[in-house]
Design a binder for this molecule. Structure first.
Ligand SMILES: [Fe+2]
Ligand SMILES: [Fe+2]
Length: 176
């Protein structure tokens, strides 16, 4: 089965999210393109894919929660639907001879659903997070200007990348 391409127009501009998306598609492609003799490792890849989906969705959801993203409820519902479908595919993979069906369902889930989710919901979230980040930078510039003029107000400024890195760090610790 052919590999799924990751279209360049699905880049969100937030490195951590983009890395997650690319890694997710790469893991999927390992399953779709594995030779029959490699299928035991493809089964492991399916379990890894599920863990990775949890890891990625949790990171996005943490960002939404931290910044009070208005579209969070609907976005999380989408993630839940994906998790359920992936769980069903993992269950299906336990049956002997299910490889063609597993691959067909996984392709539909990732190529149609996951990429479409990025195109619509994740890009909207990224626009919001980038706006939050830009507003923080503007506050930093204002704070810096007022410090120069003798006002010593302290303003904590974290970029979206900083926050994602912190969340990533926490997730890695949890996954260990
Ligand atoms: Fe995503
Ligand atoms: Fe998402």
């Amino acid at each position: 089965m052919n590999a799924i391409d990751f279209p360049i127009d699905l880049e969100t501009g937030i490195a951590e999210i983009d890395n997650h998306h690319r890694a997710f598609v790469a893991l999927t492609n390992r399953i779709l393109t594995a030779a029959p003799a490699e299928m035991p490792s493809a089964d492991q890849a399916l379990a890894a894919l599920r863990r990775y989906a949890d890891h990625h969705f949790s990171a996005e959801e943490a960002q939404m929660r931290i910044h009070g993203f208005a579209g969070m409820r609907q976005h999380v519902m989408h993630h839940e639907r994906f998790r359920r479908e992936l769980f069903e595919i993992v269950q299906l993979s336990l049956a002997p001879g299910s490889v063609p069906q597993v691959r067909a369902r996984l392709r539909i889930l990732v190529q149609d659903w996951f990429l479409d989710h990025i195109r619509t919901m994740d890009l909207a979230l990224a626009t919001f997070l980038n706006d939050v980040s830009a507003a923080r930078h503007a506050r930093l510039a204002a704070a810096s200007a007022s410090r120069k003029s003798g006002d010593h107000a302290q303003v904590e400024v974290l970029t979206t990348g900083d926050l994602m890195s912190q969340i990533e760090q926490r997730m890695r610790t949890k996954l260990r």
